[in-house]
Each structure stands twice: as structure tokens, then as C-alpha cells.
Design a protein around this ligand. Structure first.
Ligand code: HEC
Length: 721
């Protein structure tokens, strides 16, 4: 080893750490120096993805005094479409690196929030998108940051915020190239990759719609040059393991099976871990018959070579978009007196999978159970799906008559009537042509922020949502004979009729949902067009329908369009010939006042004892202020944003639609402190220490899927000095 400052750090790091480590933490859970529980240099806190901090200056006794130390405004949010911030800030040697709603990268003085530099990837123009943060690498001399913007990975000099010389082309790498398959579709990297030695390992976000998306292969690049060092085909090619779990040409045409969440790394074992998403197209798999390895898999690869070590599939032949949204957390637990290194994987289904880290074998029983089968022509759904033991299930598992909201009689009656025209069922009920109430919805259960692991108690902290949506399937092929009005009728029947009735019969829900009979006397065609785009109150937006589909709907409602023929090629969707059935989208399903249609809690925070494999406590996470004002106890809300757990006995989490930051007692789930931010914190906080003071920072970017107002700031909290 060449002697450098970095190598000194390698040698001294563990020695220094030993003095700081808490004795109660089992030996196995202690980290190498890059994995310090006192810093936050890596997305999710450390390479193991634990979101855990040993810092305890802020603790149960004083958390009530926590206040804002500084707030930084990025100044580049947009309201239409609303932007969001999903970034988990990293802090390296007193400097905080963040991304903005406009996808700029910014360096701040982590103590004061003062801006050090700003990098604008758009070369003066404006842009926006999603970024969950940056990856930091240093060899002791060079310091680099990596993050994705659009189809490009950008490499920056961490000291100056300028593009790194010698990486890719002028500091950028086109992610659509080097996939071992020609693709013109978008390939972006929204969640930070992970560093192993001098490799940057990344996944991708790719198209999941009916048109052929890019494959989600995993790649490792030389951090200095951007040269591709290895690739792992998540859709196996001819002759590769798993090829036979697809249709024979899937590897050439189907996309997805991508890891769009983060990675975790066991540097001692040299293993990199991640979860993969569903194969595309998300909701019809007649052209990908089989289990579809390595879609929806928890995976371990050799970090040096990219070779598969093990995989574990949590959804066979996905029809729901139940992607594994995050990497598993690397944990150690004690079972039958034995210490076991494991991985703990939260999922959108609210199923927790705990697997042996070396073999991928489940540590607690998992049962393959029969599930309902799809009736969509051409579909071959999987006869069974894996279910963990009930004590490891932490989200609602389906929607039936018993699950209808009990918030008030009006809401209950409305939902009871509405679901008469819909399908209901347990988790893994496949979508059909009749609208299906779906719970957990495709945003979970859990989402991309993942869980936190408390190594002092071997407890996993994970938040979950329980707000139902609905989905249905429709025929995508339109014959040349069809008239515009007929097309409109088809779409109306599959997408609108469980709320609206065209006939003059009273569905009993007319008070909340207007009958559309005689609409032309109240509204112009243009007004109806914009209503379909914008939505209004409980009428959802149907922005994702094509313009022709909206035109057809208007024609049908206005009793026109009998004459006008629809030619298939007129429609934007040229995929109609390959994918015969498409979904009408996932839609929010709410009562007349806008609250979820299922019973509370609508969002939870869970502590799961990994030694016992059971939930220790579960509390509602967040509330609806309008219900709170009426004296209704916390209801929980849909939530996106991860927890952080500390040796101070606390769990910090934003995530909720009430736009608050919270601190909970990690032993009991008691809410000890909350703070009303200007906008929602739909991101994971980071905690760090500078000059003896502990800070907690969270992005309050609002917007996003929770759909509250957008914001542009980072809040940094500390105790008063
Ligand atoms: C989840 C239930 C729901 C679904 C699904 C739904 N709507 Fe609505 N719609 C409503 C509600 C509720 C209103 C009243 C909105 C308001 O003004 O607050 C409404 C209003 C409307 C109006 C205005 C009626 C008027 O008299 O002002 C039109 C037009 C309309 N919807 C068309 C559609 C079409 C077309 C679809 C299918 C693409 C659809 N809706 C799907 C609930 C729904």
C-alpha cells in the first residue's frame, strides 16, 4: 500500500472508532471507518444503509427544546408541475452536499448553512426532476461527487463544483450507452450509487410504460475515468441464468427489472446489495411469461466483478408495480443464542423479508401461498406469491367490505355505494377490467427511503402508508372501425363509471359525484377538457390519458363523435399492437371530504424486533390537521421519507402530509417533539456533529406524490446554545 493521508486514515480510523463506539453494540454491528456511526458521508448514513447515528447530544430529555439552527432556500422550485426534493444530504468534513428541485448541486457550510458553491447542470437553462442526493469519493487528494441529471451521470470536483476532468466525456456519462442492448429510451440515475474501492456502482430509473423501456442492468464504473468495469444483466440474456423465466425474446424487448433505489455494501465480504423493480410493462406480462428473474428481487453481487452471489424474489411475475423500492439494510440479529449477519428488506407490500447475508435464505419462515389469478386475455399470472410470517407484515393487506372507512356515516355510505361497481380483494389480487381497490397501493407500504436499523436493540424502524388507490385494465387496441364516441364510451366505462353514472339512475352517491347527464348545458367542451387535465376536488386529474383519449371522452359525454372515425395510428400510443391491455392508471380513491376510503391508521411508524421477528410497537405517523382540529386522534397519513434512529433514544422522521418534522421515543413510539415546517419533508433526514454540536437536517421540498404544496428549503435543527 502506498503511504498517503488516506492510508493513514485507513489505519487510524478503526482505532479512533473503538474509543467512540458504544459498548452495547454487538461486535458484528461495528463498522469500518468509512461506516462511522458518527458521520453522514454516505446516502442513508453509512454503507450498510442503517440510518443510525451514535450521536446522543439530542436525546429524550432535551429534544423538546430543539429549534431551527438555519434554513437554506434553493430558490428554484416550481409550482406547475410541482417540484419536490428527495435528497438525503451528505456531510463530509464540515461541508454539506445537497441537490435542489431544479437538480442543481450545492455545497453548504454544514454549521451555518452558508452557500459555498452551486453547480447548474443545465448550462444556464432551466430544468427540474428528481434527485435523491450525491455519492462522494476521495483518494485523499482528489475529491469527487457523482449524481444523475436526466440521461447523464455528472462527476464534479467536490472542492469547486465544476465538472471533473477525465471522467466520461467532459465529466459526464450518457447512461443510455453501454447497456449491451441498443436503446433510445431514457435511462437516468436518481438515487446515489455506492463506492466500492475505486468503483462507482449504480442502478437506473427506466420507462415502465407499455412502450419498450430500457433494461435495468446494474453497472460499475471506474471513478476516475468513467470506464464501465462490469455489468449485471437484470434481464438475463440468451444462455444466462434465469433466461428461461421469461418469454424467449424478452431480453431484447422488455425493460425494467431495474434498481432505482439505493445500494448497500458489506465491504468485508465484498458484497453489494440492492432491490429490483418490476419488469416492464408494469401491468400486462403476456410478453414476459414466467417468474421474470431478476425482477422484484433482493440481490447480492460480488462488488468487484458484478457476479451474482444470490437472489431472492419477493413478487413473481409482477402485475402491480410492486417494485422493491430500496436496498435492504444490513443488520445483525440474535436468534436462538446465535448472532446472524442478515439483510432486512422493506417492501411496497409491507412484507418484511429478513435473509441470511451470505446465502439469501430466509431467517423467519416465508410461505408460498395461492393467490387469485388474472382474467386478462394473454396474461399468465403466478399461481403463488411469497408471504412472510404475519408478525413481519406491517401494512394493510388488501381492501374488503370490512375495511371501509368509519370516519363518519357520510363517508362510509359514499364508499359503500361506490365500491358496488368495483372489485375488492387481498394483496396480490390482479387488476381486471373492473376497477380494483388496491391496498397497499403502488407507492406502498414502504417506498424508496427504506428503513432505519438500531444496532443497540436490533430493531428495525420502518414507516408505511395505508391509503387505498384503484386501478383497472382496458383493451388498448382500437380497431379502425371504432368511432370517437365509441372509444370515449369504452374509456368512460373502464375509468369513470364507478363514480359517475351516465344513465338517469340514482346510484345513491349523487350528492358527492354529479350525474353527467346534460353536462353540455353546464359546461363547454374546453372546460371539460381542462377539468380532465386539472381535476377538481374529489374529481381526480386524468392528465395521463392521451389527448385523443380525452377528446374521445368529451365527444361521448357531449353525445357526439358517432361520425368521426378513429384510426389507430392517430393515437400517440403506437405500442397498441404489442400490449393488448393497459392499465387506466393508479388513482387516488377518497371520500367526499378527501380522506382515504379505508379504515385508519392511514400511515404508521413501526418498530420491528429482529431478534424475535415481530412488531414491537406501531403508532400512527402524522395526521390530517382538519381532523385534528375536530379532536380526532392522529390518523396517520400517506408518507414518503425515511426515519433516522439515534443513540439519543430518538427516531427523527418528516414524511407526512401534515408537513411536520417529528421525534419519537425509539423504545415506545411516543411522539416527543414535532415541528411545523412550511412544506412537507418527503426525504430522509441526516444527523451530524460539528464543533461539539449535533445537527439534524431535512429537505422540505413538498410536492411529489404526497401532493402537498412544493417548497425549496432545507431545515437544519439543533439545541439552543
Ligand atoms: C373517484 C371518483 C371519480 C372518478 C373516477 C371520476 N370522477 Fe368526475 N367527478 C367526481 C367528482 C366528485 C366530481 C365533482 C367535483 C367537484 O366539483 O368538486 C366530478 C366532476 C366531474 C365533471 C364535472 C361535472 C359537473 O357537473 O360539473 C365531469 C365532466 C367529470 N367529472 C368527468 C369525469 C370523467 C370523464 C371521468 C373518467 C375519465 C371521471 N369524471 C372520473 C368524481 C370522479
Amino acid at each position: 500500500m502506498k503511504f498517503s493521508i488516506a492510508s493513514l486514515y485507513y489505519i487510524l480510523g478503526p482505532v479512533l472508532l473503538m474509543h467512540l463506539s458504544c459498548d452495547r453494540i454487538p461486535e458484528k454491528n461495528k463498522k469500518d471507518f468509512r461506516d462511522s456511526y458518527r458521520t453522514w458521508e454516505v446516502y442513508g448514513g453509512d454503507l450498510k444503509g442503517t440510518h443510525y447515528s451514535e450521536l446522543d447530544q439530542i436525546n429524550r430529555n432535551n429534544v423538546a427544546q430543539l429549534g431551527v439552527a438555519w434554513q437554506y432556500h434553493t430558490g428554484d422550485m416550481k409550482t406547475s408541475p410541482a417540484t419536490t426534493i428527495q435528497c438525503n444530504p451528505i456531510i463530509v468534513k464540515g461541508v454539506m452536499y445537497i441537490t435542489t428541485p431544479g437538480l442543481k448541486a450545492v455545497a453548504l457550510d454544514a454549521e451555518t448553512g452558508e452557500e459555498l458553491w452551486v453547480y447548474n447542470p443545465w448550462e444556464g437553462k432551466l430544468g427540474s426532476g428528481v434527485s435523491r442526493g450525491l455519492t462522494y469519493w476521495s483518494d485523499g487528494v482528489d475529491q469527487r461527487l457523482f449524481y444523475g441529471v436526466g440521461n447523464y451521470l455528472h462527476a464534479l470536483d467536490a472542492k469547486t463544483g465544476t465538472l471533473s476532468d477525465g471522467f466520461g466525456i467532459d465529466g459526464k456519462l450518457d447512461l443510455r450507452t453501454g447497456l449491451d442492448r441498443q436503446t433510445l429510451e431514457y435511462v437516468s440515475s436518481k438515487t446515489p450509487g455506492i463506492i466500492y474501492k475505486d468503483l462507482l456502482i449504480i442502478g437506473s430509473a427506466v420507462g415502465e410504460g407499455p412502450s419498450p423501456g430500457a433494461p435495468g442492468h446494474i453497472r460499475a464504473y471506474d471513478v476516475r475515468t468513467g470506464q464501465r468495469k462490469w455489468i449485471f444483466h437484470t434481464i438475463p440474456q440468451l444462455g444466462e441464468y434465469g433466461y428461461e423465466t421469461w418469454s424467449s425474446d424478452s431480453w431484447k424487448t422488455n425493460g425494467g427489472a431495474n434498481s432505482w433505489g439505493n445500494f448497500t455494501l458489506d465491504s468485508e465480504r465484498g458484497l453489494v446489495f440492492f432491490g429490483t423493480g418490476s419488469p416492464s410493462y408494469d401491468h400486462w406480462g403476456g410478453n414476459r411469461i414466467g417468474d421474470n428473474l431478476f425482477g422484484n428481487c433482493i440481490m447480492a453481487l460480488n462488488a468487484e466483478t458484478g457476479e451474482r452471489v444470490w437472489h431472492y424474489q419477493v413478487v413473481h411475475h409482477d402485475l402491480w408495480d410492486y417494485d422493491i423500492p430500496c436496498a435492504p439494510a444490513l443488520v445483525t440479529l440474535t436468534k436462538d443464542g446465535q448472532e446472524i449477519d442478515a439483510v432486512a428488506q422493506p417492501t411496497k407490500m409491507g412484507h418484511l423479508f429478513v435473509l441470511d447475508r451470505d446465502t439469501g435464505e430466509p431467517i423467519f419462515p416465508v410461505e408460498e401461498k395461492s393467490v387469485p389469478q388474472s382474467e386478462i386475455p394473454g396474461e399468465v399470472s403466478s399461481p403463488t406469491q411469497p408471504f412472510p410470517i404475519p408478525s413481519l407484515v406491517y401494512a394493510d393487506q388488501g381492501f374488503n367490505a370490512d375495511d371501509i372507512t368509519d370516519l363518519n356515516t357520510h363517508a362510509r355510505d359514499y364508499v359503500k355505494e361506490t365500491v358496488k361497481n368495483m372489485e375488492m380483494g387481498g394483496v396480490f389480487t390482479p387488476p381486471g377490467t373492473k376497477p380494483l381497490v388496491i391496498l397497499p397501493q403502488f407507492n406502498g407500504g414502504s417506498e424508496w427511503p427504506g428503513a432505519a436499523f438500531d444496532p443497540q436493540t436490533n430493531t428495525l424502524i420502518v414507516n408505511a402508508s395505508n391509503e387505498a388507490e384503484w386501478i383497472s385494465m382496458k383493451k388498448s387496441r382500437v380497431t379502425k372501425e371504432t368511432s370517437l364516441g365509441e372509444l370515449g364510451k369504452q374509456i368512460f366505462q373502464s375509468t369513470c363509471t364507478h363514480c359517475h353514472s351516465m344513465a338517469d339512475k340514482n346510484l345513491g352517491i349523487a350528492s358527492a359525484v354529479p350525474n353527467l347527464e346534460g353536462l353540455k348545458n353546464r359546461m363547454s367542451k374546453d372546460q371539460m377538457q381542462s377539468l380532465l387535465i386539472e381535476g377538481r376536488g374529489q374529481m381526480p386529474s386524468f392528465k395521463s390519458l392521451t389527448e385523443s383519449e380525452r377528446k374521445a371522452l368529451v365527444a361521448y359525454i357531449f353525445g357526439e363523435g358517432e361520425e368521426e372515425k378513429v384510426v389507430t395510428d392517430d393515437l400517440k400510443n403506437t405500442w397498441r399492437d404489442q400490449i393488448p391491455y393497459v392499465s387506466t392508471g393508479h388513482w387516488d380513491f377518497r371520500d367526499p371530504e378527501g380522506f382515504p376510503v379505508n379504515k385508519r391508521p392511514w400511515g404508521t411508524l413501526n418498530a420491528i424486533d429482529l431478534n424475535k421477528g415481530e412488531i414491537k410497537w406501531q403508532v400512527p405517523l402524522g395526521t390530517y390537521p382538519a381532523l385534528e382540529a375536530k379532536g380526532i386522534p392522529p390518523t396517520g397519513t400517506f408518507n414518503i421519507g425515511g426515519p433516522v434512529v439515534t443513540a439519543g433514544g430518538l427516531i427523527f422522521i418528516g414524511a407526512t402530509r401534515d408537513e411536520r418534522m417529528h421525534a419519537y421515543d425509539k423504545d415506545t413510539g411516543e411522539l416527543l417533539w414535532e415541528f411545523q415546517m412550511d412544506t412537507g419533508g418527503y426525504a430522509t433526514p441526516s444527523t451530524y456533529e460539528i464543533n461539539g454540536r449535533q445537527y439534524i437536517v431535512i429537505a422540505a421540498g413538498g410536492g411529489g406524490k404526497p401532493g402537498t404544496k412544493p417548497g425549496d428549503s432545507y431545515y437544519c435543527f439543533a439545541l439552543p446554545q
